[in-house]
Design a protein around this ligand. Structure first.
Ligand code: OAD
Length: 251
């Protein structure tokens, strides 16, 4: 059992605002491979970087669409894990809480988290590739074995509402994430390799604003040497433990 310092619990209770910023590791215990683990099964011959790009979609929309349909099928058999649930419950126990995620799997929302800032979009939703306007698949005709035609643009095809490599992050989400990270007193970096920008800079913004920066990850990352605290372990085990300690009366 990993030891959680009472200094962290006290800081969380006293903070006017706490930010939790999550990456793929938060979904690992739900059975979803993290981004930099190799792909499984029939998609193992592809790297995500070769599929999750606008060029790949324009070159072969069918292949990219099938890859996302396969990932969405995988998601149907996946549940939020104790780490997701702990974050959802933690929000109600703290003075102020903002959840930022790089994940597109929607598991935070399924665990009950509200107002999740999705920096890299969502695989659960769909947009028109040309106009970026949201598309409700259920309102479209057809079997969806191929990317449907967009209702918003004659040449547009429907695609998942995920930020692809080389695409800009949703501006409103990024601004909210930067604001929250620059104003919080505690910043939890959970299950992310802290490599991909601009998400990886949020912890530094928090540190520069004087926040207590805490990393929760079984492995070390470029953030580890800059964090005030490193809890080396799984988010699905550490977050429920933090929640238990938060629920204990303060002395
Ligand atoms: P990565 O796959 O890069 O990193 C996952 C991190 O989770 C690693 O540091 C693991 O050590 C850690 N990890 C694994 N199991 C864990 C567990 N049970 N509990 C806690 N941590 C665990 O995933 P991300 O950092 O999320 O962007 O990748 C960031 C972005 O890279 C993705 O959002 C994607 C990709 O480019 C886009 O698609 C735009």
């Amino acid at each position: 059992m990993i030891e959680i310092s009472l200094q962290l619990i006290k800081a969380l209770k006293q903070a006017d605002s706490v930010v939790a910023s999550t990456g793929a590791g938060t979904s690992a215990e739900s059975g979803i491979a993290t981004f930099r683990q190799s792909q499984t099964g029939l998609w193992s011959r592809f790297r995500p970087e070769d599929l999750a790009t606008p060029e790949a979609f324009e070159k072969n929309p069918q292949r990219v669409w099938e890859w996302y349909q396969w990932r969405r099928e995988q998601l149907r058999n996946v549940q939020p894990n104790p780490g997701h649930h702990a974050l959802a419950k933690m929000a109600a126990m703290l003075n102020g809480f903002t959840l930022i995620t790089q994940n597109v799997d929607g598991l935070h929302q399924r665990a009950g988290s509200q107002e999740v800032i999705e920096l890299h979009g969502s695989i659960v939703r769909n947009i028109c590739h040309r106009s970026r306007l949201e598309v409700e698949l259920e309102h479209l005709e057809g079997d969806q074995h191929s990317p449907p035609r967009s209702p918003h643009h004659r040449q547009g095809l429907v695609r998942p509402a995920v930020v692809w490599f080389g695409e800009a992050l949703p501006q409103a989400a990024l601004e909210s994430a930067i604001q929250a990270s620059s104003r919080c007193q505690v910043f939890l970096s959970i299950g992310t390799s802290s490599i991909v920008q601009p998400a990886a800079s949020l912890a530094e913004m928090a540190r520069q604003a004087g926040s207590l920066v805490v990393e929760i990850n079984p492995a070390s990352t470029p953030l580890s040497s800059h964090a005030d605290m490193v809890l080396q372990g799984k988010s699905g085990e550490i977050l429920p433990r933090i929640l238990e300690l938060l629920a204990e009366p303060s002395d």
